[in-house]
Design a protein around this ligand. Structure first.
Ligand code: FE2
Ligand code: FE2
Length: 453
């Protein structure tokens, strides 16, 4: 069965197409204290029910976990080497057909990337128990130890704003599923500890798609640092993947209770397979569909903004925009009139000149992602021949800028009681200035063994 078929079947059983998942996501992120624990528990139990029916590749014997992790990372390394060989031999990109496709990907996976690490939040209450220290360290590293240039959520936010491609409307419900699972596990960590351990074990394995994504983003002029960072930080010999195995070993109960614990750990591991995965998001992209959908959503805002002198095929632009479902025909009319010349340099198209650049009449109407959609759609086949494109994909395009160090001013936060520090390093607040200061204070006190109440 293909993963897409599997996904279709799973989605059908996971939840009805409703706003339930995205609203639980928002509630857990923005107001966790007001989120009914029963709703969170019910959601997790429902997801676990779906997960446990999936095939599981974890070794039956936990003693084999270190070998299994090493084997995974070996296999990923080999498959990535093969990918690079293909590219060296002149093969094309495997994931992203153009830059708009890459920005689409960044936008669609945003709900999970913007809560990176959240499944481990509940562990920070256990600083006085050494068995939790590996998990806590992993959580703090997701938070960059309070250093803004290394905080994963902030890095992702900055990536979205640099390319002006943050979601500006609610995305498909399935795209919130992984993020909601992460927040829910972090919210009820004590109750779902075996599941948290299992989920963490799965999440912290380095996947092949991460490596290919980083390579192709760079090739398309998008800083891949958020992705390359995870290649080093999640490594199997000492990184998060290693710590994930260690945490399982440390928190394993005595023999008598072990079998139930292992079943739950396995189900938690399988939660990683629910929802839409990265590869499915990448395959779902259809340039023309996205261009048309974007124009359709935009037309509501533009229908009274145009002068009536401006006519296409006998109709005013306002009239075109006032009628829903006309965006594809409108594009056709623009082509017929010669305002859009597809499959050549977008600069040759009058329509492009109207929307692009600070002096353009329609400057600011489209965000960075929307402009890229239009640009790539107009350019079409021309892209491949554009001078400079098709240039060596191996050329290094991004050097790590010296990460500006956080201003380590003495902060009021450093003297706060532990409960308040813990509240400030929650998924919602850790990327704020107070949250970052609290993360630094918490990390410092943890290192000094001073976090007991
Ligand atoms: Fe991360
Ligand atoms: Fe990680």
């Amino acid at each position: 069965m293909t993963s897409l078929q599997l996904f279709a079947e799973r989605s059908a059983t996971t939840y009805q197409p409703s706003s339930a998942v995205s609203s639980l996501y928002t509630s857990l992120l923005r107001s966790p204290a007001e989120t009914a624990p029963d709703a969170v528990r019910g959601f997790l139990e429902q997801q676990l029910l779906v997960a446990k029916a999936l095939p599981c590749n974890l070794p039956a014997d936990l003693a084999q976990l270190p070998e299994w992790v090493a084997g995974n990372s070996q296999s990923v390394a080999e498959r990535y080497a093969q990918y690079l060989q293909e590219r060296h031999a002149g093969g094309g990109r495997r994931f992203f057909s153009n830059k708009a496709h890459a920005l689409y990907f960044l936008q669609q996976v945003a709900p999970s990337k913007l809560v990176d690490g959240a499944w481990l939040y509940g562990t920070v209450k256990h600083a006085d128990d050494w068995r939790y220290h590996g998990l806590i360290r992993t959580y703090l590293e997701e938070l960059g130890d309070g250093e803004p240039a290394l905080n994963h959520v902030l890095l992702y936010r900055n990536l979205l704003s640099e390319h002006d491609c943050a979601p500006n409307a609610l995305l498909d419900e399935a795209l919130y599923l992984q993020g909601t699972i992460q927040l829910a596990l972090g919210h009820l960590s004590d109750e779902f500890l075996p599941e948290v351990l299992g989920y963490n074990l799965g999440y912290e394995q380095l996947p092949l798609h991460l490596l290919i994504t980083a390579f192709e983003l760079s090739e398309l002029g998008i800083d891949p640092y958020y992705f390359t960072l995870h290649v080093t930080i999640d490594n199997a010999s000492s990184g998060h993947a290693y710590k994930a195995v260690q945490a399982v070993m440390d928190l394993l109960p005595s023999d008598a209770d072990r079998s139930d614990f292992l079943t739950r750990l396995r189900n938690g591991y399988l939660l990683n397979d629910l929802g839409t995965n990265s590869t499915e998001v990448i395959h779902a992209f259809d340039l023309e569909h996205e261009v048309v959908a974007m124009l359709e959503a935009k037309s509501t805002f533009g229908q009274h903004m145009h002068s009536d002198y401006c006519r296409l095929e006998g109709r005013t632009i306002n009239d075109w925009l006032a009628t829903p479902g006309q965006s594809r025909q409108l594009l056709g009319a623009l082509e017929n009139k010669g305002w859009i010349k597809r499959h050549q340099d977008p600069q040759d198209s009058r329509f492009w000149q109207l929307v692009d650049g600070p002096g353009a009449v329609m400057f600011g109407v489209f965000n960075g992602y929307e402009l890229q959609l239009l640009k790539d759609w107009i350019a079409g086949d021309w892209q491949d021949n554009e001078p400079g494109r098709g240039a060596n994909p191996f050329r290094a395009r991004f050097r790590r800028r010296n990460s500006a160090m956080a201003t380590q001013q003495p902060s009021q936060v450093a003297t706060l009681p532990i409960e308040q520090l813990i509240a400030l390093i929650a998924p919602d607040s850790h990327p704020t200035p107070e949250g970052l200061a609290a993360t630094r204070a918490y990390a410092r006190q943890l290192a000094q063994g001073g976090l007991t109440r």
